[in-house]
Design a protein around this ligand. Structure first.
Ligand SMILES: [Zn+2]
Ligand SMILES: [Zn+2]
Length: 592
């Protein structure tokens, strides 16, 4: 029985969505030139809801109480919030959106552009990123009141970043959309053997489109097109379309060409050219249609057949970028690369103690469900991260007692912290408290704008701390949103190597930080931790994005500290701390 594709249910609505909708409404009202009092009212309500969330009030209880007693949320807002809670659509935001050209929203995404500047641009006829780029190039923007040459110069970089971001999607989006396409075709009872392709198949952090190679036996590309609810254009074996602003491509090939197609469509252009040259050397010609010798199409049902025809060693798709730089012969065989099942410790996670959505015990149970021997390491925020309800020393002590209780109840759980790195590189808790934790993740969450020298010094000091275990999200980048802070990353990684501080590969698909290029360059010199930074139980499955990133860097289980069992992990920390104590006493004995 075939079931039609399900209409997406309304997105869940809660504090995060409400605060976002209220703030965006305020921004758009300012862009529209509305009375500033109206915009302030929405911002006030947003802050008030944030305060409720910070006070651990649940969204459900507020909803049931019709938001009574929430400061700054008046009658009109209550009904708009209730409607949004049902439908996922916040009325005042929809009204404001209807009055603006949709492309104007792109401008609010540009770093350095607030609502007032966006309004000024709009009044000057600039209502899209592309027009802004042109206006910056021509010097027109520098002439708009409130801009000037200096602002225009800083905007240039931010606009280039935003424009390139528009062309890409996150790895997770590409994987999700690919999975959705495959589900749709399954629902339509097509027979095909899907294989992930494109940039995502190489584990690249962003992708130009979501791509799948389909090997069709009983169906035609036209039947594939008919099975999709979205329009597609056909070019050769490829069907292309777009869904919710994300591009996709389905490559429909015959089973005999499948191996060649899998390699071809999962290769970047420079690599395809290299493959074509290698094919020529052995008297073959390669194109998207497959491998041919003269007029004869070579049968390559598997990738192994393809590599054999080319007389080349088989190698993983993840290495295609590194291969271009000549690095790959030194990298491990595909079978040695890290896999999701190798990860045992989920050591950078959050609970309701700080800004997580699940309780400590629920997080621990969810970690245990990830596989045999898996354990949770809780690393809630520290006090300086007040926006994330960071823990005071007293609350961390309370958490430590709960961890001990849960451990007695049989849960595999370790007590850590994601300690803020303060502006001067000190950590946010006293050493006595840090020493009572099983391990310490230290991260930057503030002062992103320091000079390169100051930022580098700050991080070098932090990673040299005798009690740090892992440097969290080392560069602070948010993919397609912001570059990392200005930093001499080599100097920081040198310090990590010198002090045996592990470096995080943050698996949150918005971060994937440390970038695989740096992990590849520092492979063998530092140890890594692949961390989900999960704020929900579901967030633990983000581990796969971090693992893809690590594979791209050629990392094996022995490079990664959270492949250790709970006991081995604790022994590792003890050794790390002991080694630092003896090296610092040697240093002081030597009068250094
Ligand atoms: Zn963090
Ligand atoms: Zn975190």
């Amino acid at each position: 029985m075939s079931t039609p594709p399900q209409a997406p249910s309304a997105a869940p609505f809660g504090f995060k969505q409400a605060v976002r909708a209220l703030n965006l409404t305020a921004d758009l009202l300012e862009v529209l030139g509305a009375d500033s009092f109206r915009a302030q009212a929405y911002r006030g309500a947003a802050r008030s809801l944030e305060a409720q969330s910070a006070a651990q009030v649940s969204w459900e209880s507020l909803r049931e109480a019709h938001f009574q007693g929430v400061p700054k949320v008046g009658t009109a807002l209550v009904s708009a919030l209730q409607e949004a809670d049902q439908t996922g659509r916040f009325g005042p935001l929809q009204e404001a959106l209807a009055e603006l050209p949709p492309s104007l929203l792109e401008l609010l995404e540009v770093r350095g552009l607030g609502p007032k500047k966006v309004r000024a641009l709009w009044l000057a006829g600039i209502d899209s990123l592309e027009l802004l780029r042109q206006g910056l190039d021509s010097g027109a923007v520098a002439g708009i009141k409130g801009f000037g040459t200096k602002t225009a110069a800083t905007l240039q970089g931010a606009v280039a970043f935003a424009l390139s971001a528009k062309e890409r999607m996150r790895l997770s989006s590409a994987l999700d959309l690919s999975a959705q396409l495959i589900r749709l075709l399954h629902t339509a009872h097509l027979s095909f053997a899907p294989v992930l392709s494109g940039d995502a198949a190489r584990g690249l952090e962003t992708a130009g489109s979501a791509e799948v190679v389909l090997s069709l036996t009983a169906h035609t590309p036209a039947q594939v097109a008919a099975a999709l609810p979205w329009p597609v254009t056909t070019n050769g074996p490829t069907l292309r379309g777009e869904h919710e602003g994300l591009r996709f491509a389905l490559h429909a090939v015959a089973p005999e060409q499948r191996g060649a197609a899998e390699v071809w469509f999962a290769s970047p252009p420079h690599y395809r050219a290299q493959l074509q040259a290698q094919a020529e050397q052995v008297g073959l010609a390669l194109s998207e249609g497959g491998l041919v010798r003269g007029a004869e199409l070579l049968i390559t049902p598997t990738q192994s057949d393809f590599w054999a025809a080319l007389r080349q060693a088989e190698r993983p798709a993840e290495y295609r970028e590194a291969e271009h730089d000549g690095l790959w012969p030194a990298l491990p065989h595909a079978s040695e690369l890290i896999q999701v099942s190798d990860i045992l410790g989920f050591i950078h996670t959050h609970s309701t103690y700080s800004d997580g959505a699940a309780s400590l015990s629920d997080m621990a149970r969810a970690a245990a469900q990830q596989g045999q021997g898996c354990y949770l390491g809780i690393a809630d925020h520290s006090q300086a991260a007040h926006y994330a309800h960071g823990l005071t020393p007293e609350r961390l002590r309370t958490q430590l007692r709960e961890v001990a209780e849960l451990r007695r109840a049989g849960l595999n759980i370790l007590a850590g912290s994601e300690v803020d790195i303060l502006e001067d590189g000190r950590l946010d808790f006293d050493d006595d408290l840090l020493a009572d934790l099983d391990y310490v993740v230290a991260s930057v969450h503030s002062h992103f704008g320091l000079s390169q020298a100051a930022q580098t010094e700050r991080l070098v000091r932090a990673v040299s701390h005798p009690l740090i275990t892992v440097l969290g999200h080392p560069t602070g980048r948010l993919l397609l949103r912001r570059a990392g802070y200005d930093l001499d990353l080599n100097a920081v990684l040198h310090a990590c190597a010198a002090h045996a501080t592990a470096v995080e590969i943050n698996a949150n698909p918005q971060r994937l930080d440390l970038d695989w290029r740096w992990a590849l360059a520092w492979r063998g010199k530092v140890k890594f931790a692949i961390n989900t930074d999960a704020h929900t139980t579901g967030g633990l499955s983000d581990i796969r994005y971090g693992v893809l990133t690590a594979r791209k860097a050629g990392l094996t289980p022995s490079d990664i500290i959270n492949t250790l069992s709970q006991g081995e992990f604790l022994a590792f920390i003890a050794e790390q701390r002991q080694a630092r104590r003896s090296s610092s006493s040697r240093a002081s004995a030597g009068g250094l």
